[in-house]
Ligand binder design. Structure first.
Ligand code: KG4
Ligand code: ZN
Length: 346
């Protein structure tokens, strides 16, 4: 079975080919440089760029693999959460292809796909805990199966990635600043004074990161680092920020595992899962519990279509399909579990 994955939920137009459990090839057009000019993603520009790139990327992917469109057996497309205009470009392209080729289509939850990408290299030990950390989301899941993911907690305000991006903007780093702040933190010989580990003194599995963002920016102001600090001056504070974010995430992971003794491991995914402090802290915590820690390779942490193709293929193998009427769902609205069961693919 060959599955074409399509991802257009934010500012990356991405397509990938999945064949018998492996990613064969992938193409991607990033709009990061364009949106960096504005310090964040401009939704209308993102939709237009997806529209411009999606056709040529599809042609390139097929030509590169010497495939005719008729060789594709299944289309998997991100249906949400994301920017509605961006999602609609991918969904319309995917539906048109499915109709023209008379092949099945499956709409994929972008956050579930991030987590399922952990299974591209190693088998996911269901049931396990899933932590998605990205620029728009910070959520904890009980991963029961590829289809059944039960949300245990979420951020009440900023996502972990927003803390990095907005702090970065305040100190004059280009958007998105997460990777650079990770590198700066690694360069530091010591950490600045500890920043608060927010929202731990409670009894739930939710997160809150706005207090950490405010505290980090206030500390930068006190140190005279706002707008254009040099690397060496910024590095200790970057390290404190990385450490605080990692510990805040780890505390809720520990709490979720303590409350759910049947969970057999941890999947960490999303753009911020590339963060070396967060990876190390969570890996150490799982080692202490003698449970497996799974995270995608760094390039597969950020938005990509390989994870969409993989998640879609898993759902199709479980017999699930969508009709062409399925909706794209913007961020903030729950994604319905409305795929229908219809056996067919082995
Ligand atoms: O999953 P993703 O590619 O897009 C969203 O769906 O949001 O995540 C992008 C986020 C940005 O906030 C970016 O700053 C952050 O991931 N990021 C990092 C690192 N690499 C990317 N944050 C911290 N450390 C990193 N190494
Ligand atoms: Zn994402």
């Amino acid at each position: 079975m060959i599955c074409l994955g399509i991802e257009t939920s934010c500012d990356e137009t991405a397509l990938a080919l999945w064949r018998q459990g492996r990613i064969v090839d992938a193409v991607l057009a990033s709009q990061a440089d364009l949106h960096a000019i504005f310090g964040g993603v401009v939704p209308e520009m993102a939709s237009r760029e997806h529209l411009r790139f999606i056709g040529p990327l599809f042609d390139e992917l097929l030509a590169r693999n010497d495939l005719a469109p008729q060789a594709i057996d299944l289309i998997a497309v991100t249906r949400g959460p994301g920017l509605l205009g961006s999602l609609l470009v991918g969904a319309a392209f995917a539906k048109a292809l499915a109709l023209a080729l008379n092949i099945p289509i499956i709409g994929v939850n972008h956050l579930h796909a991030h987590l399922l990408a952990c299974g591209l290299k190693n088998e996911i030990p269901f049931p396990c805990l899933g932590l998605v950390v990205s620029g728009g989301h910070t959520e904890l899941y009980r991963m029961q199966s590829p289809r059944e993911m039960i949300r245990l907690g979420r951020t009440l305000d900023d996502a972990a990635g927003e803390v990095f991006d907005k702090f970065g903007q305040a100190v004059g780093l280009p958007y998105p600043a997460g990777r650079m702040l990770d590198e700066l933190g690694r360069e530091a010989s010591h950490a600045d004074q500890p920043l608060p580990r927010p929202y731990l003194d409670n009894d739930n599995l939710d997160f809150s990161f706005s207090g950490l963002k405010t505290a980090a920016i206030a500390r930068a102001r006190a140190l005279g680092l706002l707008c254009g600090a040099n690397r060496a001056a910024l590095a200790p504070l970057a390290r404190s920020l990385n450490e605080a974010a990692a510990h805040a995430l780890c505390a809720k992971v520990e709490r979720a595992l303590a409350r759910n003794a049947d969970l057999r491991g941890l999947c960490l995914a999303g753009g911020v899962a590339a963060n070396s402090f967060i990876r190390q802290t969570l890996q150490d915590a799982m080692r202490a519990r003698r449970l497996p820690f799974l995270a995608p390779d760094i390039p597969l942490c950020a938005d990509n279509a390989a994870m969409i193709a993989h998640a879609g293929a898993l759902l199709a193998q479980a017999g699930l399909r969508h009709g062409l009427e399925f909706e794209a769902i913007p961020r903030g609205r729950p994604i319905p579990d409305d795929a229908v069961c219809q056996r067919g693919f082995a």
